[in-house]
Design a binder for this molecule. Structure first.
Ligand code: SAM
Ligand code: SF4
Ligand code: SF4
Length: 345
């Protein structure tokens, strides 16, 4: 097997986020605040066979980790069938899923049986009325049931993602940590990012890693960083330990971006490959895929593109004066590929 391909900054092609649908059954304010969107045309959505082929080709170039995402990935019919296909690819060492949890209780056991290794559930608040206001859904109980079902299905290290937003849920950090501890799940607090989709974003709503650590220190006492080793050294989350041993992570994508070690890229449900969450445009893999290209042709395209990669989107955003939302809603409507729910977070 050839060595992993590296980009212009010596970052390997190692981790792939595979979006299986751009549709979602929530309307989180930081991601999809509108009621209606311009969706990817149905005929453009890759079949499971096509997605499997894409992952196989990436796996020959160094990809070892795959995370299924969306939109809401559990809306894709029979997702366990896709999991089964990808789990059979020998080079894929880590197969994970990020979900909002609404449909997880029904699917957790089948996903586990199909070979899914890890699950991350997004949970921003413990208060149903806040979820109703912020994500336009009254199904908070279904998310909690999904988290429990994941553990019951045998997923050992369930993670919980919380996007922290000033004035919305920044008073719940400790309560979320307590909830995670009780459920045997680790919290990962995420700084609110100015990605496409976050049309209501402003810097004053971002709760920085430092602010989060201060708030948790006030409640729990001194917090120690956890040394990251091996594969974790490239992980976006920095991990910390409370005095009682409970660990949690913070993804400081806004105030301390980690572009320098970024080994991840994204394939949208219609086969558009983005080298960075902030990239203005992606590479069309669907046309060659459906146009008769061989696996070697696809691999050559991917290799050459990755070798030229210089993206460091979040770091570049640090230098933007008067930073506001990345896109306005009209420019998102002009190209749904700019949306966070299309790119998969
Ligand atoms: N629907 C699934 C979910 O919510 O878990 C998967 C897709 S979602 C786009 C993936 C992750 O992106 C979620 O954990 C979500 O919280 C995060 N996300 C979305 N918009 C964000 C933003 N503006 N800033 C930071 N994280 C964001
Ligand atoms: Fe929320 Fe995920 Fe849906 Fe975005 S894709 S609206 S983060 S549930
Ligand atoms: Fe990687 Fe782009 Fe995110 Fe930086 S902004 S960590 S380069 S995806």
């Amino acid at each position: 097997m050839p060595d992993a391909v590296h980009d212009a900054f010596q970052r390997p092609l190692a981790s792939l986020r595979l979006s299986v649908t751009d549709r979602c059954n929530l309307r989180c304010r930081y991601c999809m605040p509108e009621d209606e969107y311009v969706w990817l045309p149905r005929a453009s959505i890759l079949t499971f066979e096509e997605l499997d082929r894409v992952v196989r080709v990436f796996s020959t170039l160094g990809v070892r980790k795959v995370r299924l995402t969306g939109g809401e990935p559990l809306l894709r019919h029979d997702l366990p069938a896709l999991v089964r296909m990808i789990a059979r690819i020998p080079q894929i060492e880590d197969l994970a899923l990020t979900t909002n949890g609404l449909l997880l209780a029904k699917q957790a056991a089948a996903l586990r049986a199909a070979g899914l290794q890890r699950v991350t559930v997004s949970l921003d608040t413990l208060r149903p009325e806040r979820m109703l206001a912020f994500a336009k859904s009254a199904r908070h109980g279904d998310v909690l049931a999904g988290i429990r079902a994941a553990r019951d299905a045998g997923f050992e290290h369930v993670k919980l993602n919380s996007v922290v937003i000033r004035g919305f849920n920044d008073d719940e950090l400790g309560d979320l940590v307590e909830f995670g501890r009780a459920e045997g799940a680790e919290l990962r607090f995420i700084e609110y990012m100015d990605v496409g989709g976050a049309t209501h974003w402003s810097m004053d709503q971002v709760v920085s890693q430092r602010d989060m650590l201060e708030a948790l220190t006030r409640r729990y006492g001194p917090i120690a960083p956890v040394a990251q080793t091996g594969g974790d050294a490239r992980a976006p989350a920095e991990r910390f330990r409370l005095p009682d041993g409970t660990t949690f992570g913070i993804i400081a994508s806004v105030t301390a971006p980690f572009c320098r070690t970024c080994d991840r890229s994204r394939v949208t449900a219609d086969g558009t490959w983005f080298l960075c969450l902030y990239a203005g445009r992606g590479v069309d893999l669907r046309a060659p895929l459906r146009g008769g290209a061989s696996d070697d042709d696809l691999a050559a395209l991917i290799r050459a593109t990755w070798q030229g990669r210089t993206d460091r989107g979040a770091e570049a955003r640090l230098g933007v004066a008067d930073r506001g939302a990345l896109y306005r809603i009209d420019s998102l409507r002009a190209d749904p590929h700019r949306e966070m729910h299309t790119r998969g977070g």
